[in-house]
Design a protein around this ligand. Structure first.
Ligand SMILES: [Zn+2]
Ligand SMILES: [Zn+2]
Length: 313
């Protein structure tokens, strides 16, 4: 009774092509609250972020989760990249579970220059050109939200169908070392790090800075550099070139550092060497993030709550 009226032409056309009468549209187009229309959901699983296709896509009456449907005899793709592809990319990325909900627009440490940094990162991501890619290095003290930003960036790239790999630099060294001890060569894991489209390195420069570690870093950075591939990284070390780091205070202006943070007394250039530093500098944007250490702040808040309420005298 309530069926919409179709013209004779539509009717003949659809009969000729033998398709169903109406396109219901994909569940993705309805932006259901289950996944806000992205078609997949993320949750912590063990130490990593796990992605899976949302039930709204799996049960879509139009495409049955295939991301493809026939409209008037013509095959149509529901969404590009397919949510199932994004799911695979995220599950191959080794994203830490702690940051599964990270999003640029949910960044909340604005005690320093966070607002400005989020803006700059958004612009950098929007302007990202796979043909002429530019990397990104986020420097700053402990606890200001660098890893959070890295995870948000990783998820954004995955949603655009770009392959990503997230790695903690120190952890990578440990894994390579373990492989070494078991007589395996570095080629497998290291090769994976060199091949992936976007490599995200947390805590770049952390380690003992041995010759072996330096050679790993060299293979990693130069391997990607030679393939025109970028690195997105965070580091606790000072991003400024050596000759501009005022050692001892770590500040070009006369402000004293608010808390003692040993890493900030060394520069990234010192840690990774002039050659690697200059390559990174050449192919990346450098951004300094500053602000309060959110871990310390939340600890202080907890301590505050533990104190008994003051009596009025
Ligand atoms: Zn569908
Ligand atoms: Zn959904």
């Amino acid at each position: 009774m309530d069926r919409p009226v179709r013209s004779l032409r539509d009717e003949l056309h659809s009969t000729a092509k033998g398709s169903t009468a109406f396109d219901l549209g994909c569940a993705l187009d309805r932006k259901a609250s289950c996944c806000e229309g992205i078609g997949y959901r993320l949750q912590p699983r063990g130490s990593l972020t796990h992605a899976e296709l949302c039930h709204c896509v799996q049960e879509c009456a139009s495409c049955f989760g295939q991301n493809r449907r026939v409209v008037d005899g013509v095959a149509k793709t529901c969404r590009s990249p397919a949510p199932s592809r994004v799911v695979t990319l995220i599950n191959n990325a080794s994203l830490p579970a702690r940051y599964s909900a990270a999003r640029l627009d949910s960044f909340s440490n604005f005690s320093g220059n966070g607002r400005e940094v989020v803006q700059r990162v958004s612009t950098w991501m929007r302007e990202f050109d796979a043909e002429k890619p530019r990397g990104l290095l986020i420097g700053g003290p402990v606890g200001v939200g660098k890893t959070y930003l890295l995870a948000a960036i990783a998820k954004n790239f995955a949603s655009r169908g770009i392959s990503i790999r997230f790695v903690d630099f120190f952890q990578l060294l440990l894994e390579l070392k373990a492989g070494y001890a078991n007589d395996k060569n570095d080629a497998g894991l290291l090769g994976e790090m060199i091949d992936v489209e976007i490599l995200l390195i947390d805590e770049l420069g952390k380690g003992r800075n041995s010759d072996w570690e330096a050679s790993i870093l060299d293979q990693l950075v130069m391997g990607r550099y030679n393939r025109n591939k970028i690195i997105v990284a965070s580091t606790n070390y000072d991003l400024k070139p050596n000759d501009r780091v005022a050692f001892g205070t770590n500040h070009l202006d006369d402000k004293k550092p608010s808390s003692f943070d040993l890493d900030r007394f060394e520069s990234l250039e010192q840690r990774v060497g002039a050659r690697i530093y200059s390559r990174l500098f050449e192919i990346s944007d450098f951004i300094e993030l500053n602000g309060e250490d959110f871990r310390k702040r939340s600890l202080q808040e907890k301590m505050q709550n533990l104190r008994p309420p003051r009596k009025n005298s």
